[in-house]
Design a protein around this ligand. Structure first.
Ligand code: ATP
Length: 549
């Protein structure tokens, strides 16, 4: 009892100002309390409906009312997803001569997951609200609470920036403003305590923290919580026809193990020398306690992972190298450097000696997009123990055999899709007062690179436009559209993120020139049909994007 009382003082005393204002916010708008400011929620709603309306993402089996947290990528979504995957795949395997790619099966021998630690430790702490009967991840409830504090901090900074104008020094303001410092200190203290409790598996303290912060169920507003329990996230299935001979299997919860079990095969057949990497993209499955926020947290999702095998003792330097390289890969897309930050882990997974997330500013706040983990020799050593087979490398320079250490980069393709898509979706008010919705995707990632539009559906313009498509389709994904007024067709292509529209008009018949319209600036220029390919490819090619890395 006494202990609990003391903790309550910690909460109501030192952090009083925060808790009261949060309660106020909570009372005013229960849902927004957890899911971010109203404005962010609005943008997020638009992202979800735009994705559906323009053929990017559909709920799975929608005619049966969908399946919770499972989504299908539609005609434009699958193209965007493929382009993101290709940007990652080529940046890894084509630009690095010491990184090769594989494609391992989703099913793996079940002992793999014993060795990797997933059977015993791939758990999330769950908590139920007694009134609403809703289930939550206890750590996410606390992290969402902290995200609220960060949103407030940002609001203070934005307010001050407006007040001080050009003379505003953000770094100095953050370092000296008492309110901002208070928020920061509170956020740090909460995360630290959460990390320590999870590390020690002290689930009673995680519950105590939720109670002290007076976190309420977003559905019911009730603070009546059950104890926190661990829940294993792996999906089980069976292999084999008859019940007695069937073998219990798991759907892989990460792609990484397919790389580890193939380490020696790849090293030997590829005659790879350390340091070298193995990359892989593919589906992973997790029975998430609360799957939500659209494609941010799904039960079936796709990962892009790279395991970099290194000599023991060099992990710090490679960890820093991959942190920097991966952040640069993100920055290169031009979504705004201010939308990324690192979050170094307090609580390390069972396999890691250092770990950091690259967080992105999603419409609901900063959240993990990618993880960079120094995994030591945990996985290979453990597979050695469970198989009795050596998974070692002979290092000619050191003249010794050892189990390599590993630095991993692991990114969710669906989260990357959401990052790119939500960042790109823009509402613009034009000079004439009208507005347009434009998906400002990095051109190299756009599903369609060029739309070809005959000005009218007669006088031989459709035929000439078709011949332009027939010429360009060898180099770019193209779209032919002759329906509606040309202005409406531009808007449609803007909403799909198509970087260029080509308009074929009567002058085209005479001098073989067309109008080339650029999506973001809406600038139009007259250009010879024969120059289209080189002009467009300069701006939309994956090569162009990768050359900036
Ligand atoms: P989180 O803390 O958000 O559950 P995690 O730390 O468990 O994520 P990792 O195991 O490091 O995630 O997986 C690597 C990457 O895979 C994550 O950075 C994320 O982009 C992606 N990912 C993980 N779980 C999901 C999911 N349920 N849906 C979509 N992507 C996911």
């Amino acid at each position: 009892m006494e202990k609990k009382g003391q903790r309550k003082n910690w909460n109501r005393g030192e952090y009083n100002f925060l808790i009261d204002s949060d309660l106020e916010l909570y009372k005013n708008n229960k849902k927004d309390y957890f899911y971010g400011m109203a404005q962010q929620t609005d943008h997020f709603k638009k992202v979800i409906s735009h994705a559906k309306e323009y053929g990017f993402v559909f709920p799975s089996s929608e005619i049966y009312d969908g399946l919770s947290a499972v989504y299908d990528y539609a005609q434009n979504g699958s193209a965007l997803k493929n382009n993101i995957r290709e940007y990652w795949w080529k940046s890894m395997t084509q630009l690095n001569e010491n990184i090769v790619g594989i494609d391992a099966a989703i099913f793996m021998h079940p002992t793999t997951w014993k060795a990797s630690g997933h059977v015993d430790a791939f758990n999330d702490p769950l908590i139920d609200n007694k009134l609403s009967k809703k289930r939550y991840r206890a750590d996410v409830l606390v992290e969402d609470y902290v995200a609220k504090i960060e949103t407030k901090m940002e609001k203070e900074i934005t307010k001050a920036a407006k007040r001080f104008g050009d003379s505003f020094d953000e770094a100095q303001f953050k370092a000296t403003n008492p309110r901002v410092l208070g928020y920061q200190e509170t956020a740090n203290a909460i995360l630290k305590r959460l990390g320590q409790s999870l590390e020690k598996e002290d689930l009673a303290d995680v519950k105590a923290l939720i109670e002290e912060l007076e976190i309420a169920c977003p559905e019911s507003g009730s603070r009546d919580w059950t104890d926190v329990k661990q829940f294993n996230l792996m999906f089980g299935t069976k292999l084999g026809a008859s019940a007695d001979s069937a073998m219990d299997l798991y759907l892989r919860p990460e792609t990484a193990q397919g790389i580890f079990v193939n380490f020696l095969n790849v090293q030997k057949t590829g005659r790879m020398k350390l340091p070298f990497g193995i990359a892989q993209t593919g589906k992973a499955f997790r029975n998430e306690i609360v799957a939500r926020q659209f494609i941010f947290r799904m039960r079936e999702f796709e990962q892009m992972e790279m395991q970099f095998f290194i000599p023991p003792g060099t992990q710090k330097e490679w960890y820093e190298h991959w942190k920097e390289t991966r952040l640069n890969w993100h920055h290169n897309l031009g979504l705004g450097k201010e939308n990324y930050r690192f979050h170094d882990h307090e609580k390390l997974a069972h396999y890691a000696d250092a770990a950091s997330d690259i967080e992105f500013r999603f419409p609901f706040g900063f959240k993990e997009l990618e993880g960079i983990h120094s995994r030591t020799d945990f996985d290979l050593s453990s597979h050695e123990k469970f198989t009795g087979k050596k998974l070692q490398y002979f290092d000619p320079e050191r003249n010794e055999n050892y189990v390599p250490y590993v630095v991993e980069t692991s990114i969710g393709l669906d989260r990357m899709f959401l990052a790119v898509f939500s960042n790109a979706l823009t509402e613009e008010v034009l000079e004439d007062g009208s507005s347009r919705t434009v998906l400002k995707l990095p051109p190299a990632l756009s599903p369609t690179k060029v739309a070809v539009l005959p000005l009218v559906k007669k006088d031989g313009l459709p035929e000439l436009a078709r011949s332009v498509v027939d010429e360009l389709k060898w180099s770019f994904s193209t779209n032919y559209d002759e329906k509606d007024a040309v202005g409406r067709r531009y808007r449609r292509q803007d909403a799909l993120g198509t970087p260029y529209c080509i308009t074929v008009d009567h002058q085209s018949l005479e001098d073989q020139t067309v109008t080339l319209r650029e999506r973001d600036s809406m600038k139009q220029e007259r250009i010879a049909i024969k120059d289209l390919k080189s002009e467009i490819s300069e701006h939309v090619s994956l090569e162009g994007l990768m050359r900036k890395l």
